[in-house]
Design a protein around this ligand. Structure first.
Ligand code: GLC
Length: 498
């Protein structure tokens, strides 16, 4: 049994309030599972305009204006509102200049360091002022936007008795985005110049917020075991592989696989899909398939394998492989439904592909949570050929909806999808290793052949729906990480005083 802890999860994206990618899903579901384990969990995120203006979230005043000292010269003003995620209180840090213009997922992220410097310090200043003496045992920071928070804890706030016992865990959801800024940013953040060295915040001549989070937190994790290993290599390390290898040698770098919200993603209760079904009885899945084909303008064909792809349309997702393989696999009796937005190169390419193959390809550019769900539920196969994938949630959702993932063996995809073996009947999807269109093509062909063999296919579907990637398991993992981080923080006499 783990200790019951006071946990503050800090993220700039939290679903359903503000979602750009998978980070939001994790930051939205993990706290609720942690709370179900008995922890006292709260969440802090920026108060984007679309949250406070949405009556559904009923954001209430929580803390009136308070000063946030940024550096010797600048003090900014924050206030906080509160809403909730189930039983979990969510604190919304307000500042009109930084977060007031965010009206949709496209405007969540701002350029420059200032909004994130401000957010990290405002969270700590809010904690300082919280009533009832709520001091977290651990602050769980996520991705580079929150990277300065562990830095502040161990520098500017290190001598404050309210803060010096707080542990921090830093989670890398995606190493490709590190938050790199010029030297002047250090002064802008109110941090001393002596932190500008290669053991701390400096990285290839820049101030690196992700590196700050990695170096100054008590424990670092990434979102799958395989990605934790991959990021120690030059191929995946995005120039931090040396540091990450060093962290691993200190046993400070871990892999903790994400999970998904099994209440939200449940085909037996999901109102977003046309026909509900359970893992014991998949018969209504075919209704979802027919409706999906019909509404997406494809011929309704029960026996044609239907492939779904729901993704940010960016290089990371292996879309160049899809582009190279499409002319070949589209010669077969197959249909492809795509939903996503991102790089205009891919958006244009997929739109053209649809024009060329109107009876086989349907493309929707944008983000549409309902359509996404209908794709997960209605397709036979789900495509995720990522170049790299820290964890990936799409494959977990599709498994839950009896849609068989076809993935490249990288990061979390390698840890969740096992290649189907027609001889033994083992495996829950189709996996390839080489980042080559030929490998993808062979995998799609293999999947189509298996689809044509109803006995094998039904065994595969059984395996898919019995895979368990519930967020509960992930929350249990994090409980252990937090407990260990707390021990480490308390044992640490190290104080890098500013
Ligand atoms: C990022 C990663 C994705 C991961 C998600 C949540 O979006 O690209 O692989 O699943 O974060 O951790």
């Amino acid at each position: 049994m783990q200790d019951k802890l006071k946990i503050l999860v800090v993220s700039v994206e939290v679903a359903p309030f503000a979602k750009v990618g998978g980070l939001a899903d994790v930051a939205g579901s993990l706290p609720q599972y942690l709370s179900s384990l008995g922890h006292d969990v709260r969440v802090a995120m920026p108060c984007y305009r679309m949250i406070e203006s949405n009556p559904k979230y009923n954001a209430q005043p929580f803390m009136s204006e308070f000063p946030v000292p940024i550096n010797d010269k600048i003090t900014r003003i924050a206030s906080a509102k509160t809403t909730s995620l189930g039983k979990v209180p969510v604190y919304l840090i307000e500042n009109k200049e930084f977060f007031g213009a965010a009206v949709d997922s496209k405007s969540v992220y701002r350029t420059g360091a200032d909004p994130y410097i401000f957010f990290c310090r405002a969270v700590l200043e809010m904690v300082r002022r919280m009533d009832g003496d709520w001091v977290p045992d651990v602050i769980h920071c996520n991705d580079w936007h929150t990277g300065l928070l562990p830095v502040y804890l161990r520098t500017l706030y290190a001598n404050d008795p309210r803060f010096n016992n707080i542990a921090s865990v830093f989670t890398i959801h995606n190493l490709a985005y590190q938050g790199e800024f010029d030297f002047e940013t250090l002064a802008a953040a109110g941090l001393p110049e002596k932190l500008y060295n290669m053991d701390m915040l400096e990285c290839y001549g820049r101030v690196n917020f992700m590196k700050g989070g990695i170096v100054f937190s008590d424990l670092v994790n990434t979102v799958s075991e395989t990605y934790a290993k991959e990021i120690q290599t030059p191929e995946y390390g995005c120039r931090l592989e040396g540091l990450l290898t060093y962290m691993a040698s200190l046993d400070k770098l871990r892999g903790a696989l994400n999970g998904i919200d099994y209440n939200e993603f449940n085909p037996a209760t999901d109102d977003r899909i046309w026909a509900k079904f359970s893992s014991e009885d998949l018969s209504a899945k075919s209704i979802n398939k027919a409706k999906l084909q019909e509404t997406q303008g494809l011929p309704v064909k029960a026996n044609t394998p239907l492939i779904g792809l729901v993704s940010r349309l960016v290089d990371q997702k292996g879309l160049d492989l899809v582009r190279a393989a499409a002319p070949y696999f589209l010669k077969q009796d197959v249909q492809l439904i795509i939903l996503g937005s991102g790089d205009p190169v891919y958006e244009d390419y997929f739109k053209k592909l649809q024009e060329k193959h109107p009876d086989k390809v349907s493309v929707t550019i944008g983000f549409d949570a309902i359509l996404a769900q209908r794709i997960y539920a209605g397709c036979d196969l789900f495509l995720m050929p990522s170049r790299f994938e820290p964890c990936g949630l799409g494959q977990m959702i599709s498994l839950r909806y009896a849609t068989v993932p076809m993935v490249r063996a990288t990061g979390g995809l390698a840890d969740t999808v096992i290649d189907f073996n027609p001889k033994t009947g083992g495996g829950n999807g189709f996996v390839f290793t080489e980042y080559q269109s030929k490998a993808l093509l062979d995998t799609i062909k293999r999947a189509i052949t298996t689809y044509g063999d109803s006995r094998k296919w039904s065994k595969l579907l059984d395996n898919a729906v019995s895979s368990d990637f519930s967020g509960l398991r992930s929350a249990e993992n994090y409980s252990e990480l937090y407990t260990e981080a707390v021990k480490r923080a308390r044992a640490k006499s190290l104080c890098i005083c500013a």
